[in-house]
Design a protein around this ligand. Structure first.
Ligand SMILES: [Zn+2]
Ligand SMILES: [Zn+2]
Length: 169
């Protein structure tokens, strides 16, 4: 996902970048992209630097951490990037905390692919669930308990644990 700074003559400017999910496919574990990823950008120019604020939205299929089925979701995240147009050798301490892109002289293309990937990775929940009520898989026989029931009763597990405890004693 990139754009050319030379396309704009007045600031601030707003525009939208789109990217086929294929470009990021496989780079984030546990998800597949359903449709184009959209990045809405607000770009400001301050002296020789640019301040970019972006909101990224990606329609995705996510694997539920309980039942392992894929479900439809949307990842939304924001990114703030400082674009410097001259390469500064002395990187100030304050710069390290910001997301910075340094453009060399005569370089005008800003590539945001890595930052979009990072933002989407952070937007993904640690333990995604298809539904708060998701019953998950039976730990014994592995059936999807949202779709069917099995004969493994919770009591059975308890008895086994008792058996194990007895052995240990
Ligand atoms: Zn689930
Ligand atoms: Zn079972």
């Amino acid at each position: 996902m990139n754009f050319d700074l030379r396309e704009f003559s007045s600031f601030p400017v707003e525009f939208v970048l789109e990217s086929e999910g294929d470009n990021l496919e496989g780079t984030i574990e546990g998800i597949t992209f359903r449709d184009v990823i959209k990045l809405k950008i607000n770009l400001q120019k301050v002296k020789e630097e640019y301040l970019l604020h972006g909101v990224v939205k990606a329609p995705v299929d996510v694997e539920c951490s309980r039942c392992l089925e894929m479900y439809e979701s949307e990842l939304v995240g924001e990114l703030d990037v400082l674009i410097k147009t001259t390469q500064t050798k002395a990187v100030m301490a304050s710069d390290s905390s910001e997301d910075c892109i340094y453009l060399k002289q005569n370089e005008h293309i800003v590539d945001l692919t890595d930052m979009v990937r990072q933002t989407l990775t952070l937007a993904l929940p640690m333990k995604p669930v298809c539904n708060e009520e998701c019953k998950g898989l039976c730990p014994n026989c592995g059936v999807n308990l949202n779709e069917e029931t099995c004969d493994c009763s919770p009591d059975e597990f308890d008895e086994r644990w008792d058996g194990l405890r007895n052995l240990l004693e």
